[in-house]
Design a protein around this ligand. Structure first.
Ligand SMILES: Nc1nc2c(ncn2[C@@H]2O[C@H](COP(=O)(O)OP(=O)(O)OP(=O)(O)O)[C@@H](O)[C@H]2O)c(=O)[nH]1
Ligand SMILES: [Mg+2]
Length: 318
């Protein structure tokens, strides 16, 4: 089937016209901004372009990237944003290699911010149950100390379960870092306040919190109350990659009210379908901080970057 050219005043308008004409499965072969307020899309219904021409080869590459992104479960809206960005990026780039190009597009679409010690002195991880908050804190503590040589202290504010602070305390002992455990008995606020002042000489304090099911309004409200008087604590939301989008969006919506400023994606090693978590993070509009990629402490964590995201989206997992 032939390639067709569509033009319009916004990328969204052009893409709508493409889908109206060629159906939802239309293959976007290329996009271009002609001038301010004038966009062009080359699209076709199927893939019978001549494979010998250079144009077709780059079309095939674009098609295979889009197909891969769709297979990863990227939402149509995010895909369109990526394509629009690709438009902008193509004016600056030499159209290089596909990984590099996707990386550039991702870096314009998501923001990435992994520097902890400079952003806030106290950082709490929050999120649903079992997503890897405590493990991630231990990884971060070890890796940041190694990278920056700064003093790190831990606070286990997981007061929900009996012995909730034990896991982090054990990591603190192993890493030879001070760790204060908040007791479920007694006033949370005054305990946290005195833990923070007792750790005054730490350059960075990492705070572990109890996991909350997004459907458990009471526990969530308690965590919100617990942290409310501490605006100086940065809240980083941990979202697990192997989850369905509805649950992720519910969780993200609920945790947003805690004043979340960044997102860490956990368990990326367990999922070959990372669209849902990326759709959710994109909808949240918060920078990505870290990716966790396994159970090993401290190895399996890395700063979130466009390069790694591009690699994860393109890797063959199924
Ligand atoms: N595969 C994989 N497992 C992980 C990763 N991060 C954590 N885990 C595992 O997930 C399980 C739960 O980790 P925790 O750190 O206890 O999770 P949590 O969010 O603190 O859990 P709660 O405090 O109960 O809410 C453990 O078995 C971890 O080893 C990861 O990146 N990949
Ligand atoms: Mg925990």
């Amino acid at each position: 089937m032939e390639e067709k050219v569509y033009r319009g005043q916004s990328m969204q308008e052009v893409l709508q016209a493409v889908r109206r004409d060629l159906g939802q499965d239309a293959v976007i072969v290329g996009t271009r901004q002609l001038s301010q307020g004038s966009f062009e899309v080359h699209a076709s219904r199927n893939s019978t372009l001549n494979p010998n021409s250079a144009r077709s080869q780059s079309s095939n590459t674009a098609r295979s990237v889009v197909a891969r992104l769709k297979r990863q479960g990227l939402a149509q809206g995010l895909l369109e944003t990526l394509l629009q960005t690709s438009f902008r990026a193509s004016r600056e780039s030499d159209g290089g290699q596909r990984g590099t190009r996707l990386e550039k597009v991702l870096s314009h679409t998501f923001s990435f911010s992994s520097v902890l010690p400079h952003a806030a002195r106290i950082v709490a991880l929050v999120g649903p149950t079992g997503v890897g908050k405590t493990t991630t804190i231990a990884k971060l503590a070890a890796r940041i100390r190694e990278a920056y040589g700064i003093r790190i202290a831990l606070i286990a504010a997981d007061t929900y379960r009996i012995g909730g602070g034990y896991q982090l305390h054990t990591y603190g002992t192993l890493l030879k870092m001070p760790c204060r455990v908040i007791s479920p008995e007694g006033d949370f606020h005054s305990q946290l306040r005195s833990a923070i002042s007792a750790l005054a000489n730490a350059d960075l304090i990492l705070v572990d919190t109890n996991g909350c099911s997004p459907r458990d309004e009471q526990t969530l409200a308690r965590l919100e109350d617990n942290l409310a008087p501490f605006p100086e604590i940065e809240r980083v939301l941990v979202l697990p990659a192997p989850s369905n989008e509805l649950d992720l969006r519910t969780a993200a919506g609920r945790f947003l009210r805690l004043g979340v400023s960044r997102v860490t994606i956990s368990k990326l090693d367990e999922s070959g379908y990372i669209g849902p978590v990326l759709n959710t993070a994109h909808a949240l509009g918060k920078p990505l901080a870290f990716f966790t990629t396994g159970q090993r402490v401290p190895e399996d964590i890395e700063p979130a970057t466009a390069r790694r995201l591009a690699w994860m989206l393109m890797r063959q997992v199924h």
